[in-house]
Design a protein around this ligand. Sequence first.
Ligand SMILES: NC(=O)c1ccc[n+]([C@@H]2O[C@H](COP(=O)([O-])OP(=O)(O)OC[C@H]3O[C@@H](n4cnc5c(N)ncnc54)[C@H](O)[C@@H]3O)[C@@H](O)[C@H]2O)c1
Length: 257
Amino acid sequence: MQRFEGRVALVTAGAQGIGAAVARRIAAEGGKVVVTDLQEDKVNELAAELDGLGLRVDVTQRADVDAAVAATIERFGRLDVLVNNAGGCIVTSVPEDTTDEEWHRQLDLTLVGAARCIQAALPHLVQARGNVVTISSVNAIGAFGNIEYAAAKAGQLAMTTNYAARYGGLGVRFNVVAPGTIRTPNWDNQLDTLEKFKKMYPLGRVGEPEDVAAAVAFLASDDASWITGHTLPVEGGVLTGPGLLDLTPSGPFRKEY
Ligand SMILES: NC(=O)c1ccc[n+]([C@@H]2O[C@H](COP(=O)([O-])OP(=O)(O)OC[C@H]3O[C@@H](n4cnc5c(N)ncnc54)[C@H](O)[C@@H]3O)[C@@H](O)[C@H]2O)c1
């Protein structure tokens, strides 16, 4: 399938993990990708592999974001898809001890960062009748801990529905993908935790970056041309329940196969 033939996508935090998988998927489906991240060497390497453009961009810096969009237009002449992937947990203390400064940094990276990218991309998305896919988290929907991260991720959902309503008439779509636990370099120092998390997932495994990339590619493509303002959880079923009860066919409600 070449769903992105003739289209250009800008991906934030694309040096590794989910962002890199999204860039690869869009390129594999014929799109041109602009891969941006703080890690300049890694994005340049990936962009070279995908015949795209690599840029060092810090989403907390408006000048970086504006320059990235300008460079995209200069190189490819258009922008069809923005993938807001930059985000992460800033706060490590318990919520009762979180400082104002930590709250601000959390919101600035995850929520305002996505907002900055949308603002910079919008004139070109209007022109291309393009769309935005923002990578949120199941933390925006259920209680999985880290209140500051969850609040920032939930803010992305509200921003998305409101932008979707505001720009639908101009043909620009806004959607969210909310992943569960995804095996990315973010978890490299906690592989034992990842192993334990498997139990929470009815599908028996944590997710891979490619699971998220497939959902992003769907929402960013014309296959989703009548879908806007929505959140697609990509979470192996974790939102179906807390995993405390054994509801499997081999549990108390037994069914032999
Ligand atoms: N991995 C998971 O389990 C998981 C689950 C749900 C949601 N998410 C979300 O998916 C997104 C990607 O997560 P991941 O695990 O693939 O990431 P990761 O931790 O593997 O990589 C994060 C990337 O973000 C870049 N980055 C950090 N600060 C930045 C900034 N200010 N500007 C630009 N780039 C910056 C880093 O250089 C790095 O390349 C994040 O928004 C994260 O919150 C991840």
